[in-house]
Structure formats: C-alpha cells, structure tokens
Design a protein around this ligand. Sequence first.
Ligand code: RP5
Length: 186
Amino acid sequence: MQKGKNSFLHFANKTNIEEESNVMAKVAVVMGSDSDFPLMKKALDVFKQFGIDYDVRVISAHRTPDVAHDFAKNAAYRGYEVIIAAAGKAAHLAGVMASMTPLPVIGVPVKSSTLDGLDSLLSTVQMPQGIPVATVAIDGAYNAALLAVEILGVKYPEIMGKVVEYKKNLAEEVIEKDKKLQGEIL
Ligand code: RP5
C-alpha cells in the first residue's frame, strides 16, 4: 500500500483492490449504459489529445448497484485521481460515485429521455450539501474531460502546461475568426 493513502481506508474493499492493483489510469470514465458511449467518446478524444490515460466502464447506479458501490469505494486506491460519471434520465450515477469516494466527481447529464435531458441535469446537479458533483452542461462530455484535465493540472505541471497552450490556441482561433468576419462585413 502506498504511503499517504491510509486516510480513505474506510472507503475500500481490500479484495477488489488487490485484484486490480495494476491500474495506471488517472481518470475513470463511467457511464450508466452503453447507449451513453457515443457521447462519451468526445471525452475520450480529449484525453487522447492531452495524452492522459483513462479507463472506461459501463456501470449503472440502478441496474448494477453493487458494482457501482465497489467501484466508487475502491477508485482512489486504484490510483484514479478524478472520476467522470455520465448518466441519463433519473441520473444518480455521479451522486452515488461522489458519496463513496474522496475523489472529485464530474457529472455529465445525458440527453437520453423524452425530457430533453432536463431530468438528467437536475438529478446530477442538485446534490445535497456535503456530496458535491461538478456538473457540466447536458451532453457536456467534452467539457467534463477538459475539467478533469484541469484538475490533474494542479498536480502535474506538464498537464497544466498543455492546458495553458490549449487556451492560448483557443483564443487565437477566436481572434482569427473575428478578423475573418471583419473582412466579410466590409
Ligand atoms: C441511464 O439510462 C443511462 O445512463 C442512459 O443514459 C439511460 C438509458 O439507458 P438504456 O436504456 O439505453 O440502457 O441509466
């Protein structure tokens, strides 16, 4: 066991930790259904762009509650540093994850229902005091990943450097678009 990890011992299930002790990924991306995967690919593309290892799992707070509990309890021991949880409809996955881990949890409300994702948004964002979920926009998989990258950047200077570069490029793109527009309206 690594020094400094004792403080969240009470979250852990020892058997599962030993089975999965080789995991190196910094980020876990969990989603309630494989039907969420086409959306969540956008998050994986961001991690690829920034060179960050990730694991991806389909875990349902409602259909596989035991798996969800085990995963959340052991996530910190497995070496994850941030969790992204995406779910639609009565979307409890991010909240369940957040209730059982000391790690930051980013919630992605998926637009998968007849209510245009408003149900997912409210289920994800309206957490009670003490159990925060950093909730992005409906279908905001891209921003969820970017936020995860920024969180990792606090610890890893090379990642923060990439975020700074990313934002610089973003600003340059907007300045270019403005220049182009000015040329078109003359
Ligand atoms: C949620 O229900 C999932 O996250 C998904 O967004 C939604 C629909 O799931 P499926 O019926 O497509 O498996 O739990």
